[in-house]
Design a protein around this ligand. Structure first.
Ligand SMILES: Cc1cc2nc3c(=O)[nH]c(=O)nc-3n(C[C@H](O)[C@H](O)[C@H](O)COP(=O)(O)O)c2cc1C
Length: 349
């Protein structure tokens, strides 16, 4: 399988994923742009590479996101950040390009840059990131502490952007009841869809996403709502039923499991789920490795990232612990493939 040329690989993926839908109940649209289904690949810093996005697109996601891109870094001309923009030229499906920042003039300049350098469908703005480095810049979920400023900022973004603007938020900074106010502020500013992670900033990733607040937000919203937080193929239907959301966004459950999008679409269409053995998952991992080294710019970065991503493909493998330990020493495509082949052949106990 490894070394398959991309055309062959994707024709196989297409076979696996006949998910172009006509049923309007099973699709959704943002700002009049029709998306092929209601499942969205979440932005995941460090993971949402062109590889993850194209695997998500090909295996069925209706929309995918870039990881958060710093408006300040673009403003100050960081080369790495520009390269992230150029990668979007190769996305194979609808893409939301996500920016984060605080200063309106920096963000306006960043929008000018992304309009010129990147190819995307929607401009997304991050209102959810809880990490201290971002909070210090008053960006991410810090923006939820000052709704008048949030309105001013989002209005400026909508005015500046030639692409429809969407936003991704948490329920609030510390009070989940704030989500209804946040939704209204965003709508008034002209935002065309809102992804809601069902936690506050204070919760970080603790506890469980609270879908009741997403349901509340949906009940007063005039724009599509994308529910997010702890969603996988097991609870997707319940989350739809409870929240009445227009779409579901999947983050961690898609790491090492791009076929989750095919499973979600199959479940919704009443098709039997494809049972995959760990050997099938290993074959998909090999494709993923092949694609990563073939399509990403920095082989060293790929090697490091795969140390986290690859084990997620290996759930169920008897020698998973040993393989994971050995993976820390893999520094090239060949070393990864050799290790996986050994695991497949039962050569690692
Ligand atoms: C490693 C990691 C990186 C993330 N990076 C981003 C990001 O760049 N932008 C963003 O809006 N959210 C980011 N998130 C949040 C996710 O998009 C998502 O909201 C959260 O993980 C909850 O969804 P899940 O339970 O399906 O993972 C990140 C989460 C994780 C775990």
């Amino acid at each position: 399988m490894v070394g398959t040329n991309p055309a062959e690989f994707w024709s196989k993926a297409d076979e696996l994923c006949k998910s172009e839908k006509m049923d309007p109940n099973l699709t959704f649209n943002i700002a009049g742009i029709e998306l092929k289904d209601r499942y969205v690949q979440a932005p995941l810093a460090g993971f949402s590479t062109i590889t993850m996005r194209n695997f998500a697109h090909r295996y069925g996601a209706g929309l995918s996101y870039t990881e958060m891109i710093s408006a300040n870094a673009l403003f100050y001309g960081s080369q790495d950040t520009f390269e992230m923009l150029h990668d979007t030229q190769r996305d194979e499906g609808p893409l939301a390009l996500q920016l984060f920042g605080y200063e309106i003039d920096h963000i306006e300049k960043a929008i000018e840059i992304v309009e010129k350098e990147a190819k995307y469908t929607f401009l997304d703005f991050n209102l959810g990131c809880p990490v201290p480095k971002v909070m210090k810049q008053k960006a991410g979920s810090h923006l939820l502490t000052d709704l008048p400023y949030l309105y001013k900022l989002m209005s400026a973004i909508v005015k500046k952007s030639n692409h429809p603007v969407v936003a991704k938020t948490r329920l609030g900074f510390s009070n989940p009841e704030d989500i209804t106010k946040i939704v209204k502020v965003l709508e008034d500013a002209g935002v065309k869809a809102i992804a809601i992670h069902g936690r506050t900033r204070s919760q970080f990733y603790t506890g469980h996403a609270d879908y009741n607040y997403i349901a509340k937000a949906k009940s007063i919203a005039n724009v599509p709502i994308i529910a997010n937080g702890d969603i996988d193929e097991k609870n997707a239907k319940d989350v739809f039923d409870l929240t009445k959301a227009d779409a579901l966004m999947i983050g961690r459950a898609a790491i090492g499991n791009p076929l989750i999008f095919k499973d979600l679409v199959d479940l919704e269409e009443g098709n039997p789920l494809t049972i995959r053995t760990y050997k099938d998952n290993l074959e998909i991992l090999k494709e993923y490795i092949d694609y990563s080294y073939g399509f990403e710019r920095d082989a060293h970065k790929v090697s490091l990232a795969l140390r986290t991503i690859a084990p997620a493909f290996l759930t169920g493998l008897p020698s998973i612990k040993k393989v994971r330990t050995l993976m820390v020493h893999c520094n090239s495509k060949e070393e990864y493939i050799e290790l996986i082949d050994k695991a497949l052949n039962g050569e690692i106990e």
